[in-house]
Design a protein around this ligand. Structure first.
Ligand SMILES: [Ca+2]
Length: 259
């Protein structure tokens, strides 16, 4: 029998036409603190097509809000556009928490997870001195327990018997602070009244100036909570002036809240 010449398989190709494809990019997992508004740069790229503009929609869940909800972007000659959006968390946001920022352009939808946490927790900790492994980062790691003291979950200065000592937390962006929860060492083995900090000043960096927002005097408690008129701060610091053992400054956790 004669072999029939094999017929080439033809794929039904959809004409490419003028339909662009979009890509949405964000630099990293965005984060925001309760009561804080942060500007994010959303990058939109267009592949194909010839449209100079596109409509981009933004929405958020988890209690977050995003502005604007919709905008028209104009692409540059490389087919890129940068869209600034402002992401805001409510002052009573649960921390730590998560939300989602959704960006939609053309048929492309991108869901971006957003971390919601205290400005202190998201910040960068440093100290006037550090004793061995009692690093300043331990004071913003979310672990308030004095039972794990010595496992890196709290800060201890390195100048025995010499004060003041300072623990500083720089925020990633300005955030409202109207309350500070300061956990000094307090366990069965190391009770605060014998080992904790006694006198300290809490200061907020407001408009580039340090402002004392709380004074702690004669403290014997493990948790020192102070509320004050809220400020928009870019950093928080604790200046420890004395400790109950007259030797070291010990902070297990430093937390700043909007209220
Ligand atoms: Ca800690």
């Amino acid at each position: 029998m004669a072999l029939r010449p094999q017929r080439p398989v033809s794929a039904e190709l959809t004409p490419v036409g003028d339909e662009p494809v979009y890509e949405v990019g964000l630099p990293a997992v965005p984060s925001v603190s309760p009561g804080q508004s942060r500007e994010l740069q959303v990058r939109v790229r267009r592949f194909g097509g010839s449209q100079d503009t596109a409509e981009v929609d933004f929405s958020a869940n988890g209690g977050l809000t995003v502005m604007p909800a919709r905008t028209d972007v104009k692409f540059d000659r490389a087919g890129e556009a940068i869209v600034p959006v402002t992401l805001t968390a409510p002052v009573d946001a649960t921390v730590p928490g998560t939300g989602t920022l959704t960006v939609t352009v053309g048929g492309e939808r991108r869901d971006v997870p957003v971390t919601v946490d205290l400005a202190t927790r998201l910040g960068q900790a440093s100290a006037s001195s550090t004793h061995a492994s009692f690093r300043p980062e331990g004071a913003i790691d979310g672990d308030r327990s004095s039972d794990r003291w010595g496992q890196g979950n709290g800060w201890n200065d390195a100048t025995q018997g010499a004060f003041p000592d300072t623990l500083t937390v720089d925020f990633t962006a300005g955030a409202p602070v109207g309350r500070v929860d300061l956990y000094t060492i307090d366990s069965a083995q190391f009770p605060a009244k014998a080992w904790g900090l006694r006198d300290a000043d809490v200061q907020a960096l407001v408009g580039g100036q340090w402002r004392t927002v709380a004074e702690i005097r004669g403290n014997t408690d493990g948790l020192v909570r102070r509320t004050f008129e809220p400020v928009t701060a870019t950093a928080l610091r604790v200046i420890v002036r004395s400790a109950n053992d007259n030797a070291y400054s010990r902070i297990v956790e430093l937390e700043g809240y909007p209220q």
